[in-house]
Design a protein around this ligand. Structure first.
Ligand code: NAG
Ligand code: NAG
Ligand code: NAG
Length: 809
């Protein structure tokens, strides 16, 4: 054991001496020198080490030789005996990476030739820095590289060896990489994954350090380009897009622009848009531009159909990563729907007697728009008796505001207008047709307040007198007028025995012939009735005026008709010319001109002696009576009325010119002259019977009159019924015409009355009726004047009773 330890110690000592001590061994001398020594640096003292003295060296011509190289790295300084460097010695170029670098030098001495081998151990000096092949290392690493991935870096090179060679590396601090140095291998290890989108390139400074002293280093820049991986889905700028879109927006209107960005590059970052799942209906309404994300209208946007749309929009990058956003499109209402008026119920027709305020219909108004656009105001046209009464929500009642009258307005076209409150407002209107149903509320009304018919007497039965017309404005049977006579009496006989009325036409016909001399006028009532249920009726008074026809001859009251009279007038012999001798009295049952009598002497015994008043009938002497005049004078007087044609009667007048009746012995003869005596006895009988009858009649009349004092007019309908009788010469001859003036009174009454409404001449009078102007012509005004009194009376005295008959008209 001790032996062995000693041995080791000796070895170490030997090794040490090898390096630091000179080898004095002949022919094998070693020197250790650092490389890169300066020129003429002393390597060692050969003379001393080899034991030569300086003279020997120079005498023996000592010199150094080199094997195989032309370079002389060292030389011998003969004056000092030192080996000095003559050339730079670079270990790296001499020996490269060899761990030991020995330069063999031969020391040659001549005389005798002596050779010493010298070994120059060139020691390394840290004269080289570590060095990378390039200054910049470009690397491309995909961002998808996994953690722990390794990327080799070419290692640095250092020409030095040993400690002076590259000993370690250091990497600039960074987020992603750490350095792993293994024997001869330098690697970047991905410690944190890359994100191109955050940092698309990384510059790392890698430093290689050697172990020399002073330490040398070399650096390289590692430029890492992070390659994109499609690791990013597109990202929408908003999770939810909201847009509001007016309805009815035309196609191509841009609604909203969605946009998504993709952090990736190239294809990986190319975003295209499309709708996600949409209902089929919505798919036609909008389109999305795949490139720009613009959403446009393609279909019809109707608020009333859809008020909002919700869609998903997909953004997709080139390699198919997708993301979604929601698009909510609120459609805003436009006033695009006019209100619609619905007639919910209608009472049609409405009876005209409904009371004001009656509901006749119900109207509903609807507007499909919303909010203000669906607020509707409803109005009704002016000027109709209806109004709208708002009822529950959008319902209106159509009610009457006044009394309806079918006869005034039978149909209404009621225009109802509904206007909404949109801007601009929309409106619509509806016309409701309403008919008013008839109620029998109008009685027939005669066109005239009263009717007058004028008919000449002796009319044909069946002739039309006049026609009445009544109108009833009601509808159909409620307005159908039927005419009838109201029961009444005319002269004690039912009116229907005189007249008939055509129920349909209102024409009034005479049933029999009328006699003016019997009655001149009468009244009756015609009723017009409608056919309603219950019927309504009204009546009207019809006055019939019968006009005279000259159908009665004048009747001579005095003197008695020819041949039946003993009446003889005495004419005093002393009568002067112009004295009244007698008077012919005649009446005519007719009236007016038909009763206007004129008197003519047709024949006379002495034509020059007597004249007769044309209208008075007064017989007067024309001259004084003379003795020569015949005692018996005979006149034949004709009485004519003024009718067309005129009728006449004649009578004989016996005049006796004498102062004393006793002087007339042959009174009988006068009559006997022309008539036989038989007739005289008949006449006496007739006279007696007539007188008796007349007396009786008067008594009856008086009796009746006494009983009915208040009704004095019942006696006669006219003065026409005076029977033929003798009347004394003082017969009340009021107007001097010899005619009862009642007819004129009557005519005058007619004439004056025509100015009042009592007797109104209508244009539709009967043919038999006298027109008013004709009547006027027939009534001379000079006759009318004296008879202003509308109720004249005529007093007629008889020679038999001396009682007075007052006849009123
Ligand atoms: C109502 O309208 C109808 C049809 O439009 C028309 O025939 C009728 O004459 C009108 N009536 C009124 C009273 O205007
Ligand atoms: C006539 O009037 C009655 C009511 O007075 C009514 O009921 C009827 O319908 C009317 N007739 C016609 C045809 O209008
Ligand atoms: C005729 O009409 C009048 C009023 O115009 C009336 O007072 C009278 O009662 C009516 N007569 C008949 C029978 O209807």
């Amino acid at each position: 054991m001790a032996d062995k330890g000693f041995e080791s110690l000796r070895l170490i000592l030997c090794f040490a001496s090898f390096i630091v001590t000179l080898h004095l061994v002949h022919g094998d001398l070693s020197y250790s020198i650092p490389e890169e020594m300066k020129r003429d640096s002393v390597i060692g003292n050969l003379a001393k080490d080899l034991g030569f003295d300086l003279r020997t060296l120079s005498s023996r011509n000592a010199r150094v030789d080199f094997e195989g190289t032309r370079k002389r790295y060292c030389d011998i300084n003969l004056s000092t005996g030192e080996l000095v460097t003559s050339e730079r010695m670079d270990r790296e170029s001499l020996c490269g990476k060899k761990p030991s670098c020995v330069v063999k030098v031969d020391l040659v001495l001549e005389n005798p030739l002596e050779l010493h081998r010298l070994s120059l151990h060139v020691q390394d000096v840290n004269d080289n820095s570590p060095k990378f092949r390039e200054n910049l290392i470009e690397m491309e690493i995909s961002e998808s590289a996994d953690k722990g991935n390794r990327f080799s870096i070419e290692e640095a090179h250092d020409a030095d060896i040993g400690q002076n060679a590259v000993q370690r590396y250091s990497l600039q601090k960074n987020d992603n990489f750490i350095l792993a140095v293994d024997s001869n291998k330098v690697e970047l290890v991905l410690e944190n994954t890359l994100d191109r989108e955050r940092q698309n390139e990384i510059k790392l400074l890698l430093t290689a350090l050697d172990g020399g002293s002073p330490q040398r280093s070399g650096t390289v820049v590692i430029h890492v380009t992070v390659l994109d991986a499609n690791d990013n889905a597109p990202v929408f700028s908003q999770a939810v897009y909201k847009a509001s879109l007016p309805e009815n927006s035309p196609p191509d209107t841009i609604v909203i622009n969605v946009s998504a960005t993709d952090a990736d590059e190239g294809v990986n970052g190319d975003v295209t848009y499309q709708f996600g799942h949409v209902a089929d209906d919505d798919g036609n309404v909008f389109s999305i531009d795949p490139k720009t994300g613009e959403i446009r209208v393609t279909g019809v946007i109707d608020f009333e159909e859809r008020s909002s749309f919700e869609m998903r929009v997909q953004a997709k990058d080139g390699l198919g990563l997708t993301s979604y956003a929601k698009v909510i499109i609120d459609v805003t209402d436009m006033n695009d729907n006019a209100p619609v008026i619905y007639l919910k119920s209608l009472t049609n027709p409405i009876p005209e007697n409904v009371s004001p305020g009656t509901e006749v219909g119900i109207i509903n108004v609807q507007d499909r728009d919303s909010e203000n656009n669906r607020q509707v105001r409803c109005s009704i046209q002016q000027g109709v008796p209806f109004k709208l009464v708002p009822s529950i929500k959008n319902y209106y009642s159509l009610v009457t505001t006044g009394q309806l009258d079918r006869e005034l307005v039978s149909d209404y076209n009621i225009t109802i207008t509904a206007t909404d409150e949109g801007s601009p407002p929309l409106s619509s209107s509806k016309t409701v047709q309403l008919s008013v149903a008839d109620i029998n509320d109008n009685p027939p009304v005669f066109e005239e307040q009263s009717y007058s018919a004028y008919v000449t007497e002796n009319n044909k039965p069946g002739s039309t007198l006049c026609s009445v017309t009544a109108r009833d404005p009601d509808w159909r049977q409620n307005g159908t007028v039927i005419y009838s006579l109201l029961p009444g009496e005319v002269n004690g006989a039912p009116v229907s025995s005189y007249l008939s009325v055509n129920g349909d036409t209102g024409a009034i016909h005479a049933v029999r012939s009328f006699d003016y001399e019997q009655f001149r006028s009468f009244k009756f009532h015609v009723m017009a009735r409608d056919n309603g249920s219950p019927p309504l009726s009204s009546n009207v008074t019809v006055s019939v005026f019968i006009s005279d026809v000259n159908d009665n001859s004048p009747q001579i009251l005095y003197p008695a008709p020819e041949g039946n009279s003993f009446m003889t007038e005495l004419v005093p012999k002393a009568a002067h010319g112009g004295s009244l001798v007698s008077k012919v009295i005649a009446v005519d049952a007719d009236s007016g001109q038909n009763a206007w009598l004129s008197y003519h002497i047709v024949k006379s015994t002495d034509p020059g002696l007597f004249t007769i008043g044309l209208h008075s009938g007064e017989i007067r002497t024309q001259r004084d009576i003379s003795e020569s005049d015949s005692m018996k004078q005979n006149l034949i007087v004709a009485v004519k009325d003024n009718g067309q044609p005129s009728l006449s009667a004649t009578c004989s007048m016996y005049l006796l010119i004498s102062d004393n009746l006793a002087e007339v012995p042959e009174l009988k003869d006068i009559s006997y002259d022309e008539k036989n005596s038989k007739l005289t006895s008949y006449l006496i009988i007739a006279l007696v019977s007539v007188s008796t009858f007349f007396l009786t009649f008067i008594i009856i009349i008086l009796g009746v009159r006494f009983c009915r004092r208040r009704k004095p007019r019942l006696l006669f309908d006219g003065a026409v019924a005076i029977p033929s009788a003798y009347l004394p010469p003082n017969y009340a001859d009021v107007d001097g015409t010899g005619t009862l003036r009642s007819a004129y009174n009557y005519d005058a009454y007619l004439t004056t009355g025509s100015r009042t409404s009592d007797f109104k001449f209508v244009t539709s009078y009967n043919d038999n009726t006298l027109p008013a102007d004709q009547t006027l012509r027939k009534s001379p005004s000079d006759f009318a004047d004296p008879f202003e009194d509308l109720e004249p009376s005529v007093e007629v005295g008889t020679f038999q009773s001396a009682s007075l008959l007052t006849m009123r008209f």
